[in-house]
Ligand binder design. Sequence first.
Ligand SMILES: [Fe+2]
Length: 440
Amino acid sequence: MILKDHRGAPVSGANARSLELYETAISQFNCYVGDPVATADAALAESPDFAMAIALKAYLLLSGMERGPVPAAAELLARLRQLKLNDRERRHAAAVACLVDGAYHRASERLEDILVEDPHDILALQMGHLLDFYRGDSRNLRDRVARVLPEWQQQMPGYHALLAMHSFGLEETADYARAEEAGRRAIAMNGRDGWAYHAVAHVMEMMGRYEDGAKWLREGEDGWAPESFFAVHNWWHLALFRLEADQNAEVLKLYDGPIKGGQSNVVLDMVDASALLWRLQLRGLDLGDRWEAIADRWQPLGEDRLYAFNDAHAVMALLGAGRRHEAERVVATMSQTAQKQSDNAAMTRDVGLPLARAFLAFDQGSYPAVIEILRPLRNIAGRFGGSHAQRDLIDLTLIEAAQRGGQRKLVRALANERLALKPKSPLAHRYRDQGARKAA
Ligand SMILES: [Fe+2]
């Protein structure tokens, strides 16, 4: 008998027990809690030929933009291709194949095709959403969800996750009021939805509501933190709010504590740790030997050019630790990647490589070179993925380069721009004051 999943799609190779485990893994993935890979494994132990459980595990392995799990995902793909698949499963196999090959734009399109056929395919939606994030496709972060949302009923399992994804897409397209409303609705439906907490935190970050943001994450901690594999990133957001409030000691405590600075091998965590230290360093704070541990984590990935966004963060950490030679080696391999033909080659060419070169220049105190690279780059930086909040690091580096390079009028102009978006930002006010004094 052909079973159907909780949203009505037929699934091949499952039994009732493995299907329940698969649905549990989907719910874990929706909320970013628990260990959905282990749950998918349990489903596969029960039903080794359960096609969608194989596809789910492959997606999960590929969802962190790391090289390490790619061979295991390729093996799962080979297993999937040996099975008798239905049409939807075949489409998923094709999307997984694109991801294994690093064809991120094509994978995104294939996932979209699945959603056009079946708007209830929440796995296709969430993987597509993550790819929109990694590709910096803010319009699709919003509209991929908008295209399916009216086809759902609120009582369908996973509806909260749609609202959370829509919230993040609305935030990345600067529709802050609707974003906040959707995120709060998601949490009212499922208090463990870490993506919804995150989306609302982004709204507050973008509007400069740093006190609201800290309160939001502190009060919601029991919802988004326990057993969440996404918690480090929400802790990172809390650290940004506290940094804006000039609570530097607290930021370092968060870095050394729940952000696991330098103690995690998960690349997404390493990205957050590196970015936070860079922001602290821009403020001239003493970081002790903190750069050492995070640079040690990046070191083994020296030749790994899977994703330009990660590479730029590796360069930051290596420079922070004073390992300029290693940083230059990463930039040299990025330069080789930029000459190839792939989605990551384009991301590297357009954004990752010039940004990494700007970091090298900053490290040398060549502030005019930093300014020359970053002024045009920040307007197209979305092409290498990440969120506005993450890419704000580029703007922060630019304004600090202008400050250190004595370009006071530029500091003032950039501070004005920042204050228009974040009128209460103490940092932006400081820059404006500094720019005003000398520009006058
Ligand atoms: Fe974020």
